[in-house]
Design a protein around this ligand. Structure first.
Ligand code: FO1
Length: 316
């Protein structure tokens, strides 16, 4: 089993590449739920949905979230009702949120619903939320406000600088069924090039996950989300300083830490643009590689996956 710690867009592209290299039955994605939000009474799971839509070939090709070929008749009627959404939900996307919300209200767990939705989209990999419990990424802004991640990122367009990031509910959460096993029995654990703070951070914050990562015999190999000293998309550069990390390929590796020093990583794959960072990491007990990590092209994503497996010492 190849177990991937995953956020949204970057992880979806990485998984698409990995699934060109190994069969889907050999892949489990453990996915962030900290972005999840309830709006209009509906439960929305952006990272699970970005991965599902991307791997099903349905994701909006530019946004990499939400659906391609989308209409917004519901949004327009909500606006007429004075309930104009700040979080854009297309008609097709709403069907998923209606389905999930109904199933959850009837007592189903998020992991059960997620498995059914993945199957309905013909996905062969195992898609697991890191927990079935509510864990919410909260942003405390430098001007003292406490915002849901989506309020900060989407409603306020990340206007305010970030003082702190917390994961409400994490302490009381338990790993979803299959998560600890997927880590314990993995041939390798891959950390996708997702936002370290608000995508991988909430996954690691669920009690039991870091213990399982420390205990697994599998090598843990991560991919830098920073290319040429910059984040490819999203807002990691706005959040890494808030957690004391440097926004560089080396800085993120140091923030994750080397496993032999009590951190997360055995291996770290960076972009060739950051090859100079390898010298900076020479003191860390890490296996490293530099390759093309900009996954605009699925062939690049597949080659990146191969590099990760090579660093992990796993044959595809
Ligand atoms: N991001 C935006 O910038 N604006 C939106 O209106 C928006 C709506 C949205 C709806 C469903 C969904 O799954 C994702 C959506 N996102 C939107 C992206 C979302 O904020 C991000 O995917 C993650 O939460 C951060 O990576």
């Amino acid at each position: 089993m190849l177990t991937v710690l995953a956020g949204g867009v970057g992880a979806a592209r990485f998984l698409r590449g990995l699934l060109r290299v190994v069969p889907p039955e050999r892949v489990t994605a453990v996915v962030n739920v900290g972005d999840d939000v309830t709006l209009h009474g509906l439960r929305i799971c952006p990272d699970l949905d970005s991965i599902t839509y991307t791997l099903a070939g349905l994701v909006h090709p530019v946004q990499q979230w939400g659906r391609a070929d989308e209409r917004f008749t519901v949004r327009d009627e909500l606006t007429r009702l004075g309930d104009a959404p700040w979080f854009t939900l297309g008609d097709r996307d709403l069907a998923l949120h209606l389905h999930r919300t109904g199933r959850l209200a009837a007592g189903a767990t998020l992991s059960a619903v997620t498995a059914d939705v993945a199957r309905a989209h013909g996905l062969g990999l195992t898609l697991l939320p890191v927990t079935d419990d509510p864990v919410t990424t909260r942003i405390r802004t430098v001007d003292g406000r406490d915002l849901h991640f989506q309020e900060w990122w989407v409603r306020e367009r990340a206007g305010a600088d970030v003082a702190a990031v917390t994961f409400a509910g994490a302490d009381a959460a338990t790993p979803a069924p299959g998560v600890v096993e997927a880590l314990a029995t993995a041939e390798a654990v891959l950390v996708a090039p997702s936002n370290p703070v608000v995508s991988i951070g909430p996954v690691l914050a669920v009690p039991g996950v870091t213990a399982a990562l420390a205990a697994t015999p599998a090598p843990v190999v991560g991919v830098s989300p920073v290319i040429g000293g910059r984040v490819v998309r999203g807002m990691a550069d706005r959040l890494l300083p808030a957690v004391g990390a440097v926004t560089s390929a080396a800085g993120v590796a140091r923030w994750y830490g080397a496993r032999r020093d009590g951190g997360l990583l055995d291996g770290w794959v960076i972009d060739t643009a950051d090859a100079a960072d390898l010298a900076e990491l020479a003191d860390l007990p890490l296996r490293t590689a530099a390759t093309d990590t900009l996954m605009d092209d699925p062939d690049v994503a597949a080659a990146l996956a191969r590099t990760c497996l090579a660093v992990a010492g796993v044959t595809p």
